[in-house]
Design a protein around this ligand. Sequence first.
Ligand SMILES: [Zn+2]
Length: 548
Amino acid sequence: MPLDLLVTGGRVATLAGERGFGWVEAVGMKDGRVAFAGSAVELESRADPFTRRIELDPDEVAIPGLTDAHLHLAEGGLATDHVDLSASPSIEDGLGRIAEAHARLAPDAWLEGHGWNADRWGHWPTADDLDRVAPGRPAGLWAHDHHALWVSSAALDRASIDKERADPGGGIIRRDEAGEPTGVLHESAARLVIDLIPPPDQARYETLIARLAHDLVRLGVVAVHDPGALSLQEGLGRGIAAYRALDERGELPLRVHASIREEQLDTAVAMELRSGDPLGPPGGRARFGWLKLFADGTLASRTAALLETIEPEEGRPLPPGTERGIWLTPPERVAELALRAAAAGIATQIHAIGDRSCRASLDALEPTAGRAAAMPRLEHVQLLHPDDRARFAAAGIAASIQPIHVRADAAPARLLWGERAETRGYPMRSLIDAGAMVAFGTDAPVEPIDPWPGLSMAVTRVDGSWPPGSPPFGPDERLTIEQALRAACLAPAVIAGEDDRGRLTPGQRADLLVISTEALTNPVRPGGALAAARPRVVVIDGETVFEA
Ligand SMILES: [Zn+2]
């Protein structure tokens, strides 16, 4: 049988075997799968006049498509409709953008946004700040890590948050010396306001998701794992409904594994949904992912659960009892939920940032490994005690890490975690060396959706936006380009239990990209060709879905 599509004329990284690029001259596709990988001469003998061709230029290579193992696709779609403060260098600039949005909104509408950063702005913003530029407006804006919400006085009033209101379990209401709320709600406290914001209608929601998915495909992302709603808010039920509807209409341009939150576990078990099951039509692109749980908070919010206390900061005292972070979900409850899910064939992914949280999460997941089609996994793993490195491979637990977080986190990590930040922070190399499956993601919309700067960061541990001459963050943890590529293309498919994706070897799904050779050429410069890579061609299931 002649082949449908040939990729010839250059080099193809198949990622065959356990390491290396697995270079071949050419690959051939048939019925959406790779049918041949090898020499160009042999491939030509299997073409006929109807076979389509992608000719690689001399300075181009083909690689497998990328899978973002941690991207909030549904939430990210919504965020494109909101005020984006991620590029605001100062609170003044941020307030300017908020004032513009306020002027555009209907009088009673909520003002929503995301992306502010108290480390970058030098202080926590307040409700008074918002009231000045958007008087009377109910407003809720997520911090860049989505673990703190900045709210206006109108929002505080509607949620009945005042001096008398006690902090909810797993949450902190920031207050002044007199005990009055100042307008920042950490962790579960954010939910007091978030739950009051009316959701957009389903049609708009689906449109926004599809639009973002198309943007991802153009960047070379052929699949995503959506861990569900960011932080502690409802809505994943609607996310799954949207993926199912889009898939049924054939409007999902990439593959999605969608996870559920604790609140949806009983429903999923009752429906006998297991990790890897189709959500839409059989053979469709939407699949059921993991149970997503949150163990601790975040580095930037000073709420990551740590084995040792963090360094005290001038003028920024920690709320009493949080010197070693906080638990968003107590470890016993995490363990119990993960076991219940595993018994139903649902693997669990746990948000775990601090070393104490990683340890407790490994404890919780070890008894669940091997009981679902997907691997149990820790999300973020930003600080890990060396004693825990070997536990991932030993138990079959994956590490889902977002290298681009190093860009914003290197400075606060050095400040708060001291010397251990560089020797134990973002332990990608030491985990791979210990045999662990390390999968990359961006955590968009916490960070931009572009996966390439993260690959560059994993290789250099320096960001192009840092001052010239900045030393690499934890230089011993730098990866080779080939290791980074495996974490971006292959590992996410493996941990989802997809043994037919992530490589360009015969039998694998024909998802591939054509990029410039320069992107994969050593040495990688921060902000250079790898960070700026853009595919010229994107193929999904053997179909060319994008061509620049
Ligand atoms: Zn996330």
